[in-house]
Structures are given as structure tokens and as C-alpha cells.
Write a new protein. Sequence first.
Lengths: 344, 480, 322
Amino acid sequence: MAVVEVKGLKKHFGNVKAVNGVDLSIQKGELLVILGPSGCGKTTLMRMIAGLERPTAGDILIGDQVVTHLPPRARKIAMVFQSYALYPHMSIFDNIAFPLKARREPKDAIRQKVEWASSILGIQHLLDRKPRQLSGGERQRVALARALVKEPDVMLLDEPLSNLDAKLRASARDELQRFQRQLGITTIFVTHDQIEAMGLGDRIAVMYAGQVRQIGTPQEIYHEPADTFVATFLGSPPMNLFERNDCLVGFRPENFLPPGVLQPEDKVTAFPFHVGRVEYLGSDRLIYGTIEGAAEQNKTISKLPSTITVDIEPDKVYEFVVQAKDLKFFDKNTGKRIEPQPLD
Amino acid sequence: MRYRRLLFLAVLLMITAVIAAACSSQPVEVTRVITETVEVPAEPVEVTRIVEVEAEAQPKFPEGTEVKILQWSHFVPQYDVWFDPFAEEWGRANGVNVTVDHVNIADLAPSLSAAIDAGEGPTLVELPLAAANFVEGVHDLSDVVMRAQELYGPMAETCVANSYLPAIDKWYGYCHGWVPDPGDYDIRLWTEAGFPEGPDTWDDLLEGGAFIKENFGVPMGLGLSPEIDSNMAMRAIIWSFGGSIQDENECVTINSPEVVSAVEYLVELYNRTMTEEVFSWNAASNNQGLIAGELSYILNSISAYRSLQKIDPEAADNIGFVDALKGPNGEQHASAHLWYIYVIPNYVEGPELEAAKEFLLHLTANYNQAVFNSELYNFPAFESTVPQLEGWLANDPFGSRPPDKLQILLTAKDWVTYLGWPGPSNPAVAEVYATNIIPTMMGKAALGELTPEEAVAEAEAQINEIFAKWREKGLVGCNE
Amino acid sequence: MQKSAAEETAVYRATTHSKTQFLFDNERFLGTIFLAPAVIYIIALVGIPFIMAITFSVTDVTVGDTSLDFVGLQNFRRIIQTPQFQRALKDTFLFTIVAQIFVAILANILAVILAQEFRGKWIARMLIMLPWATPISLGTIGWLWIFDSKFSPIDWILQYFGLLGTPDAIFGASKHLNFLGREELAMASVILVHIWRMLPLAAVILLAGLTSIDSDLIDQAQVDGASFWRIHFQIRLPLIFPIMSIALLFGLIFTFSDMVVAFVLTRGGPVYYTQVLPLWAWFKGIDGGSLSEGAAIALFLFPLLLVVAILMLRVARRSEVR
């Protein structure tokens, strides 16, 4: 059952088309990540779902009810901002209790729910403090607790991890996922970080220039990119692309291997790979070079795990291979995925 | 970004406001200046001088002698047009550098006060009234007054009272002129009420005023507010009813049956002939009332009438003048509108002092010019200096219809009084005036906040306190 | 080889060129230079007059006699006895407090409106600032004409709609309301002009405060389900409270110490119903010649204003957030 549905949603700021026709459907208990570079419209999309922006066109349904023109407080949603937006003049208790007070719940119920939410997040000992006395990680938990007490139909998270330092971010991600699964709370998570997206999302919607380019599981997005943008936005390093026979051919660096690594029965295509430079990254080796005979000067990368110990030296040409199933084809003009083409 | 722009705007406006406030920190009586504007008549009348200034070959005063005169912008602009060159010309003839500065009338006392405190400033400062406050900070001018009296006969009593303080026998000022304050009445309305010649007594005023208000809805306007016209009008009632604030010896006499009866009369007058408007009376009210035709009788100098002549000659023709109203015993007193009192602060010395005194005598010698150029607004301290006055009043050179309309002003010297009458205008009298104790007393009674007896008693307590304070300083007489 | 500390200092000294060359890098020197104008200003235009006022208030100085003879608290004893002073004390408080209550309410409304996006917002902001940019005496003279006993445009409008000047009109049969001639109306008029005068500053200060609030907080509160009023009273107001208390403090002191509004509108009348302390100090001290009593009247509120100022600044500091 879809908890949130977005139909043909548009938001134009003057000539800027921040969101330009988005359709989404989020299932109950699902964690949907909206992934895209900054300026792609993902935050605007989320703010429209929250009711903080009025759409130019299209409809939003939450729990089968059209909420397009309802104010935020008429929608059963909760939101965590990137800045956490804790009310600086209120204690942590009052911060968490604020949505309940706004709903005029009885005092006892408020206390009970605040305690419940804070115990889930392990912040019971902070309830009397003020936000400025808390660390970044603690603030994030408070913001989550405040979202939780509302028992919303859907929880909106706007880059909630980006204000944490790298170490904390990994554990916070882990915790967030565990807690979302445990409570089964429908969540929309906005981020520009593909690792976060891959690690957290049940599904990922990749947005670019106000449109959803692809929506699917992390595996689908990664392995079967719908277009060249998705193909190159995900993966590190990104997918290699070059032109051949009037279409674009792409493959992931980790699939571009020296011969002999693969089983002999695998169906492969070979490319002459002129190695330019080799980078050792410990667990991986990145080999930068060009494919000879490609239409234009191209840059191609191969990523070899450290388990492959074949000697590769700069300024030599090797015969590298890609399995046929790992080759992706895209239309030269639209960038859209097309059927596999024969490579001569 | 927007925040910064906003802040910038706020700061800019604050700076503007501070500058503007600094430029206008002195409270101003703009209304007065605007409304008392009177134009110059088209054809000036030939004026003969009584005393010609002798053209001397040798300047009388050492080179570099300066006389700086500070006075108010006259309500008749032509006066300033005449006065400034007149003073400068005298300066050239006598080797004195004369400068004249005009300020708002309300700014003179504060300016003088600051100058005395600083020990430097203008040579001559002209005050409109209450100059006795400054008695200890200014020169004794008895020599000038004596010389003038030798030349032109006795000084008008109303001027003497405003420049001589008997308690310390000092001529602190030189009063060169005064302004009569007759009654102005609406001829048509008062004819309807049975008084074609206007009211003659305070009883007439009550009777006719009440009739006019009842039948024509036009109230009467004697100010009852904390300002100069109201102060003068309320005192006129007290004096005509036989009361006074002090006696000749400067003893407080406010709490008398006469004053109480004057207050009782005022209460009745207010209830039957006036509206609450009199409580918001200001310097512009007389003019507005006359021009709008909404007041049946006012007490005012002729300046309001002069402006009406320019604006609406027909309406001006409907204005008549009467002398001070008579009380129950036929007593008849009304204060002058204001006086022209020059003082010379103590810091002025040597040739500058001598030159200033000399100039005072020169002005007096040519006072007919002053009276003419003020369109008969100024009256002389020394009658003999303006022998033409009688003729001018009988045949107004400034176009009154009938031409002898202002002739009644000839009697002004007989009934004109001054703040403090029958005693001198001493500093205590000045403070009683400045703090508006008399209008407040009358106002409280008129509104029923206090009975006439209570109002008088309350005023007496305050007046006693003020008199005692100045008496301690030896500036007010009547020591028990 | 190791150098001793003394040697190092000597080397350092040797490399400095002259004493004055780096004068402007010296923070103490710069600090003194930059502070000097403010200090001189405060001493010359605040400190000296203030000390003079205190001195005057305990002597018998007059406008003509500037010699200072100590008389103790006699001036204070004299002034507090008069009904005018007592009324002035009451009115000063009343005018200030009532005006500031209205200013606080209206400034909030105005600031919230001005914080919205709408066409012509900048013009609206400029217009609203005008009363503050106008010299107070000029502005008040404008109001004097509006409240005029005969030519008040308010009277005309009321007459036009039949609310005034007919036998059964709501505001009475008289053709004029005489705003400045009736106790209640005159007091209300003075208060109104004070509100008109202080509102722009307060509104702009509040507006600056509102604009500086992190918009995430407001969004968050909306998502949390708060209504407009809850957001205003529980989020916006507490957040701008420090800046608002500064605005109100300004207003309090400005209104407390203002004599121009009452001077131009009513001169304390009708009778003495709009008398305020600064105006009474002027009548007594400058017009009446008793400088010492004027100073005593003017100083009367000083301790109280001082306490108010300290309190407000404290509250502002304590509630400072972040």
C-alpha cells in the first residue's frame, strides 16, 4: 500500500524549474532515498511533501488523502532538517514534546511519549539540557526523537547525517537503519551521498534537473542504470563511457579486467587498453588509461582488487576484457539505456 | 544579505533622525510665526524724525567695537525689514559693527540663559516678558532710562514695571515698547445681541456671549490653557473684579473674595459661552477663530485683524475693537500683549556696553518709525517720541474701514497693565506666569475639579512658595 | 648552539627599526585612538551635562544667577508638593507604559507583516520608517493640525458620515470633538503621537530580529504541527526577545524623556492633564527661571530609568541564545 504518492509534481521558481514533473510512490514501511547532486530539486520535492512549499502543479497524497493544498500541520508527517532545527530556547524535553503540545495532548501522554522516544534513542539523560550543550550526534538523536513522538505516517529526513563527522556518520547510518526497520516507519531520506543512499535505501530515486531519472533498489540502480547520468553519478570511480558505432558503451571499472582473470567460458569483449598511470589504494588498484581505437580520446579506468596480482605497467598496451553482460549501451543523443548492440 | 540591507537602512534612518532631531531640539512655536504674518502696505507714509542723529566726523567708539543684537522675528515682517538696516546704519555712522540675529520668540530666554551661563554671547537680547528672571545676570541700565526720561518724559508705567526691580533698585532692562491687547468682537453678531458697540463690561460679555452662543452657535474664545493669551485673559478678569496676585508691595493677595468672585464669574462664563476648545487654546487660536468666523469675541493684539484684512477684507470690516472690559465696580484693566525689553548681560563690557546703551537711545529717538513699520502693532514706551500716533489711529494708514476703527487703542495707555500689577513684574511673578498657575486655577474651577475657593487656595499655596523662594534671594519685596 | 633568552631578545630588538614604525600594529595604541571619540563624546555631551544637572539640583541657581549655593534637597522637597508635579509624574508613567504596550503589540504585527513577501514591500518599509525619520517637532505639528479644535480632518470625516455634529450622532451634537480640549481625548492624543513616533523603530528592530531567525526553525515548527500563533508566541517571540527588549528600552527612555510631543500638542493642557516631567522641568527651570528646580524635576526619574535600563539589559543578556 502506498503511503505517499506524488503525481506529476512541479515547482517552478520563476524560470527555474526546481521540480519538473515527478511521480513517486512510497510503500508502507519503506525507506526511500532521494539521491541527487545539489540543486537537483530533491530538497524542494521533500519540502513540498512536507507542505512547506506549494507545488506549481501536480498532486501529493499521504495515506490516500490529497494533501496538496493542506498546511504542514494537517499532514501526518515528521521532518528532520539538516541543521536539526532544535529550538534553542527550549530544553530537550520541551523540544521533543513540542509536536505533542501543538496537538494539545494531555500532559501525562506527552511525558510518556517523550520518555519512550528518548529511550529508543538513548537520550533520557539529556532531557533537562539546552540544545547548545549537546554534541552533534546528540542533537541528531533529539531531532529524530522529536520526529518520532508524532508517530507520523511518514518521516522526512533532509541530509540528517551531513553535519556529523565521518566516523560518527557511519555508526549513525547504521543506527538509523536499524531503528527504521525496528519501528517500520515509512521514511523518505534525502541525500547527495551515494554511499549513504546505497547503504540505507530500500529503494533509491535518483534525481537530476528536477526529474527522477531512475527509481529502484540499490542493485538495480547500480547495475542497470537507466541513463548515462545515473551510470556516472553512482559508483566510485564512475562508469567508463565511450562512443562506438553511434552509441555509447559503458562498463564499470571493476568489470574491466585483464584477461586470464575470468573463466574461459565467459563471453567477453576485448579492448586494447593503453595504460597511463597506476594508483595503489591498498585494497584496490586503479589503472588509468585510454582505449585505443575508440572514436575519441577517452579516459578509462580499471579497478582491480588486490587479489588480482597481474603486473600492469604504465605506457604499455594490454588487452583488457569486459564480460558481455557487464556492457551497457546508451543512446548517443538522449543518454537513455538501449538494447545491447553488436560490437564489431 | 537582506538582513544587512535592512540593518543598513535602519542605521541610515536613525542617523537622519538624530541629525534632524538635533536641528529641531528646541520646541518651536511655528504656528505663531505663520499665522501672524502681515504684509507691508503698498504706499509707505512719510515719517519725520524727531531727533536727527548728528553725523560725527570722528567715530565715537574704538575700532572693532561690536554690538550683536538677538531678538525675535517680529510678527509683522516689515518691522524686521526696517529694523536691521536701521541698526546697521547707526553702526556705520558710529564706527560700530552691528549684527542683528532673529530667532523664534520662544528661543530667546533659553539662549540668554545659556549665554549668561557661558559668560559670552550677544550684546543686546530682546525679551517679550518676564525678563526679571535674569536680573542678576544683566547690567543695570538706570543711566539709559534716566537719560531717555530726561529727553522724552516719563516712561510708560507698563514698561517701567517690566524693567525695574524695586527690591534691589535695579533697572535690569530697557523696555522700548509694548503691544496693546484690546477686545476684538464680531460686529454683526453683537449687534444681533443688542450690543452694536460691542461689550463694555464683563457682564455684557456674559449676557451677549450667551445669547450669541444660544442663538447662533458661535462660542466665545478666551483661552483657558497653559499659554500666554490665556494667562493674560484670566488676569484681566481678576483685576477687573478688584483682585490681584500681589499688591504694590509684592505681598501675595491672591486669596481674596474678589479673586474668588472672578473665578466664579469665569466658571459661569465658560459654561454659558464657551466650548472645551478654550482648553486647547494656542497662539493660533485667535487667528483661526477670527478667520473662520467661529468666535464672537477674543482678546488679542491687532495682528490677527491685520492678517484678516489681507485675506478677507469684508470679514475684517465686521471686526470691531473695544477697550478692556469693566468689572462690577467699573474697574478696567487688561495686560499688554507683550513688551520689548532689551537686556545687556553682565559679560558685556567697555565700549561694547556704551555702544549698546547709545543704540537704545537712538532707537527710542526714532520710535515713530518702529511704530509705523510694525503697522501700529508696537506702542512706544515714551509717548512723546511718536506724536503721529493719534493721527494714525484716527485714520489708519493700513486701510481699516472705517478708518478710525483703531481709535479705541488710544485709551489703551489708561487701562493697560502688566504681569504683577499693581506690583512690579518681579521674578516670582514671572515664574507664576511661566508655570501657568492662574489658567490652571481657572481651568480646574471651570471643569468642576475644584470649587472656586479650593482652586484659589491651591493656587495661593503654590504662589506663596514661589514668592518665598525669590524673597529669600532678596529679589521680591514684602518682607514680614 | 643554543642562545640564551636575553640574547634572543637582543637580536629581536636589533631588528626593530624604529619605535613608531609599527605603532598602528599596536593594539593598545589603536584601541585608545578608536575609543577616544566615543569617550570624549560621552564625557562632553553626557557626563558634563549630567553632573551639571546634579549640581544644579542641590543649589539655588537661577537663569540670572549662576553662583552655586548649596541648599541640599530643598528643591526636591519644593517640587514634589505641587499638584502639577504629581500629575506630571503620573502622566509620564501612564503615557510611557501605555504607549509602549501598544508599540510592543503593533510593532509585532507590523514586523510579521513586513517579513512576508509581497509586492511593493520596500516602499511599505520606507513609508513605515518615515515617522522616525521626521523631526519629532515637525511630526507633532502635523498632528497638532490633525487634532485642531476647528479644522480637524477627523472631525470632517466624522461629520461626513453623520457620526458627529447632528443631534443624535454617536460622538455628540457639537461640531467638533476638541481632541486637545478634553482630558481623556488629549491624553489619548499624546499617547497616540508617542506610539506613532516609536512604532517604526520598534518594528524595524523586530523585523531585523525576525529576519535573523533561522528559517529552518519556523519550518520545523510548522511541520511539528504548530499554528501561526503558537509559532509566533512560542518560537519567534522567545527568539527575538533580547532584541525586542532593547527596542522597548529605547522606547521607554525616549518616551519618558520626551517633552516635545506634549509641548507642541497641549503644553500640558487641558488645565494640567497632560503635564509630563520633562515639560514641567522646562516650564519651571527655563521659562520660570528656577534652573535648580527644573534640574531637580528632570533628575527625578533618573534613578528609576537607571533601574529600568539595567533590568532590561540584564534580561536581554540572560535570554541570549546560541
